[in-house]
Design a protein around this ligand. Structure first.
Ligand code: 4NP
Length: 161
């Protein structure tokens, strides 16, 4: 039985990537695929290591039925390039930061998570906007974008299992 692993990356690992982690994990769990798909998230910045997700992200996620209070922020490490099949980032700066790391031998897929978006309403978004300094709408948009990209990512991964 093949096993696919997915790492979501943002800057602080307290808003966008833990939201992606929780949403995608929930979809994986609902389809009974948690033994075959491993999900994790991390950040490129070290300010929030060990912290739970931002309380606003947690509340907005919970409003849609996603629990994320068990997640803790961690920093991306070189070893992640040996461990994961997909490393999916929230914005172009995350991508540049990862490409500056020791990733030359990475054989998986490294790219923008929103490349998986299928809803034409989101075609203007190549990045998940950082909601940290935004209001409720920013956190809600993060969830809208992540739910759409997660559904397509799961379809594509299921084809490979
Ligand atoms: P995230 O949001 O990258 O989606 O987790 C941020 C959270 C915290 C900070 C920046 C972005 N910060 O500068 O502390």
């Amino acid at each position: 039985m093949s096993r696919i692993s997915v790492l979501f990356v943002c800057l602080g690992n307290i808003c966008r990537s833990p939201t992606a982690h929780a949403v995608f994990q929930s979809m994986v769990d609902k389809q009974g695929l948690s033994d075959q798909i491993y999900v994790d998230s991390c950040g490129t910045g070290d300010w929030h290591i060990g912290h739970a997700p931002d309380s606003r992200s947690q509340q907005h996620a919970l409003n849609r039925g996603y629990q994320m209070d068990n997640l803790r922020a961690r920093l991306v490490v070189d070893n992640d390039f040996d461990q994961f099949d997909y490393i999916l980032v929230m914005d172009k700066q995350n991508l540049a930061d990862l490409k500056a790391m020791n990733c030359q031998n990475f054989t998986g897929e490294l790219g923008l998570f929103l490349d998986f978006c299928r809803n034409p309403n989101f075609s203007d978004y190549s990045e998940v906007p950082d909601p940290y300094y935004s209001g409720d709408q920013g956190f809600s948009l993060v969830l809208d974008l992540i739910e759409d990209a997660s559904a397509e990512l799961l379809l594509q991964i299921k084809d490979r299992l």
